[in-house]
Write a protein that binds this ligand. Sequence first.
Ligand SMILES: [Zn+2]
Length: 284
Amino acid sequence: MILEYHKIDLPENRWTRTPDNFRRDLQRLWDRGYRLVALNDVLDGKIALPRGTTPVVLTFDDSSPGQFRYLDRQGEWRIDPDCAVGIIEDFARAHPGFGKSATFYVLPGADPPNRLFNQPDHATRKLAYLATQGYEIGNHTLWHANLSRYPEHVVKNQIASAQEWIQRHVPKYRPRTLALPMGAYPREVRWATQGGVNGTAYQHDAILMVAGGAAPSPFAKSFDPYRLPRIQAVEHDISTWLTYFERRPEDRFVSDGDPATVTIPAGTAAKTRQFPGVRVVERP
Ligand SMILES: [Zn+2]
């Protein structure tokens, strides 16, 4: 599952998960044996989890304020314990082994409040924090452009500019993935996978959609990195998918505990995608 969050705020609605509900999501995942993994590691086939656990990826779109907020505590800037980053960090501390990763699809050039979490004085500190503390920054275009509507040069400019603006805060950081605003593909997918404008070259290893359900295992041939489905993190969809995997455990990715091997059902080798350094073992 690649979960897709938007606002973490009050009250709960279609595009908002409350801090308490987000905590409850993490608890439900933990209780059912899910562990956080970084999307880039999934793309690289590096799933280093204890035997019997299942990877889950968190993504946050649109850099709204409740995703990452600093509070002034008697002159000291602290991460708000009710923002997404604060909640993930507290949960990870209280549940060793859960992991601490998420990909933030930020909007560097959007209007407030969606411009880089809406605290301009802290934008650099936040992006640097994400880049160095186990999180990932992803491209979501400069200001949430619907890429299906524009010619090639505008599409490429939106994507390259977003990366350039991110790199003003974290020099040389390379966003490896792009989440399509509104799930809209440009006329040619390759415009979004790589390009260059005014000296800024981008290359994406994956493109994320806004819906589509659970993603295939990265070790499955059906895994298409340029069409990665996500599950919108609203009550109904989260509950539905958790229940689905309880009823269909054979569809769930369960770690064999060894990052150097992937264990597959006997007879399914032809459907398996290979990664250098990962040995495929057929379960008898
Ligand atoms: Zn968005």
